[in-house]
Design a protein around this ligand. Structure first.
Ligand SMILES: Cc1ncc(COP(=O)(O)O)c(C=O)c1O
Length: 264
């Protein structure tokens, strides 16, 4: 019989495949992916690693996920940055014109949710990405509900950080999530806590953070959940993301037309 550490090392090749598959899912490099135990934790690791200070502004949308907004409040009470909520347009999506009008030199983060938990709204994430890029403002996207429901491509969207969960549309095990951090932003991120996996202990007064998204991971991980997550991602990739999205759209059209008939 082998022990859990031996089993972990035997599974190493398979767990490394997790990064390759997750990066294929969202079109990034495998070293830009961190395995984290849920989407909220993944989002927190990115948000709490940013160096915000008094007088900075964080822009978000009305449909931001509740836990994310709580984290804004939690940190702004301590630091004193301003939280500014972008208006909705007539369709309930965040209004790109209002976002553009709210940009000034104090904006240090744009953080929004792609598809909120309820209601079927889809925010114009690529438009937000173009504005964020124009002003070189870090862009954090909560893609928990959009991953696998529809194709999510971080290059097309232009986000710097993205969080996702293992459940929901991916249909993998709960208690798994991942974080994408673009290689361009990684050096600016100071994780809220570190361990012997995310950093190297060099000497009594020196440590070095891992140069990849692994700086957001912990050494101890749920290996079976990670492999379950890998299986779910590979399954989605084998079906094809556009094909899955086409199937969802058929259900969405059916749902909306039934609702309209019901309201008549
Ligand atoms: C938009 C959104 N973000 C984040 C989460 C939280 O995900 P997790 O339970 O993996 O932390 C949810 C959960 O449903 C969600 O809908």
């Amino acid at each position: 019989m082998i022990g859990s550490y031996e089993a972990q090392s035997a599974a190493h090749q398979m767990t490394e495949q997790f990064y390759k598959s997750a990066s294929k899912l969202i079109n990034c490099h495998s070293n830009e992916i961190a395995f984290v135990d849920n989407a909220t934790h993944a989002w927190d690791m990115a948000f709490y690693s940013l160096k915000l200070k008094k007088g900075d502004r964080v822009l978000t949308a009305k449909s931001e996920y509740a836990s994310n907004y709580l984290a804004f409040l939690h940190r702004s009470k301590e630091i004193g940055f301003e939280i500014d909520v972008i208006n909705d347009d007539n369709y309930g999506q965040l209004d790109l014109e209002d976002l553009q009008n709210k940009i000034n030199e104090h904006v240090r983060l744009i953080s929004i949710t792609h598809i909120p938990t309820q209601g079927g709204l889809i925010n114009p994430v690529e438009g937000v990405g173009r504005i964020a890029k124009n002003y070189n403002i870090p862009y954090l996207l909560d893609a928990t509900q959009s991953i696998v429901q529809m194709p999510v491509d971080v290059v097309k969207i232009g986000c710097d950080f993205l969080c996702a969960m293992g459940g929901e549309y991916l249909r993998g095990p709960r208690g798994t999530g991942f974080l994408y951090v673009s290689n361009q932003r990684i050096a600016d991120c100071n994780p809220p806590f570190i361990d012997l996996h995310s950093a190297k202990w060099v000497s009594n007064d020196k440590y070095e953070l891992d140069q990849t998204a692994k700086r957001f991971e912990t050494w101890e991980q749920n290996i079976s959940a990670k492999l379950g997550r890998l299986t779910a991602i590979d399954y989605a990739l084998s079906l094809g993301l556009p094909a899955i999205w086409d199937r969802f759209k058929v259900y969405l059209i059916y749902f909306v037309t039934s609702l309209m008939k019901f309201q008549e």
